[in-house]
Write a protein that binds this ligand. Sequence first.
Ligand SMILES: Nc1ncnc2c1ncn2[C@@H]1O[C@H](COP(=O)(O)OP(=O)(O)OP(=O)(O)O)[C@@H](O)[C@H]1O
Ligand SMILES: [Mg+2]
Length: 272
Amino acid sequence: MLAVSGKSAEPLIRLENVSKIFNPGSKSEVRAVDDVSFSMQSGEIISLLGESGSGKTTTARLMLKLSQPTSGQIYFHGQDIIPWTKQSESIRYWGQVQAIFQDPFASFNSFYSVENLLANAFRLVKGTFTRKEKVDKMLWSLESVGLNAAELLTKRPHELSGGQRQRIMIARVLIIQPEVLIADEPTSMIDASSRAGILNILLKLRQEMGMSIIFITHDLGMAYYTSDHLYIMNQGKIVERGTPDEVVHHAKNEYTKRLLEDVPTLEKKWAI
Ligand SMILES: Nc1ncnc2c1ncn2[C@@H]1O[C@H](COP(=O)(O)OP(=O)(O)OP(=O)(O)O)[C@@H](O)[C@H]1O
Ligand SMILES: [Mg+2]
């Protein structure tokens, strides 16, 4: 493809006819992701929506190379990521495509301190760092997500609140500075009072660092007000796609219309 004004016209991430079938051919076969195609441009925020079991996390895991598709292609800057099997290739990729998940506790080794967890992120960052450079960057990252670094570095996961744990996972992302962050229901296990704070930190990542974000959420209101494009999944398929206004005000698919009926207060709840 021709470069347009010095920038590649190739999307940042592109999925082409991607499927993931669990237990194929058996009675318990599940078409978790079924012929999914979409792409995102650099700097965009997109949201994947759909009810429980619709295939959102499986799609995220495929994009993160934590699972291989049954068929289809996934491109990152135009390069097919599926044949990359060497650990060095995965590590390079995870330096560019990172995720935070619903339950930040699950990604913590319970013996790790916050310092161990953050120090571990440096293996995904290009270049070498002195001990002082690492410590300075860890302190900066914790302060950037509104945490008291001096107090928290030696703490273990069970000594932290859910909101603090999720902020620490975001601090880890700040150290890595990936191009893409996949945020899989990042606030659903966090109490309402810390939710808006965490969402604002995530939105700053795009504003200040140009990070592209894929939100996975049940919250249509949040997706509507933050995203450039929405993708609605049902039973492994994308059944509706478009700008937030197209999807919310001109839904074509019956399933999307039903989802919209469940949020009659969308405008009210999110109107600023
Ligand atoms: N490792 C697995 N083995 C077998 N089936 C799986 C596996 N992982 C996911 N599934 C199935 O694939 C389907 C999609 O699951 P997935 O976790 O992607 O849904 P989701 O949209 O993220 O749901 P939720 O909103 O509840 O997080 C479900 O039917 C699930 O049971
Ligand atoms: Mg999920």
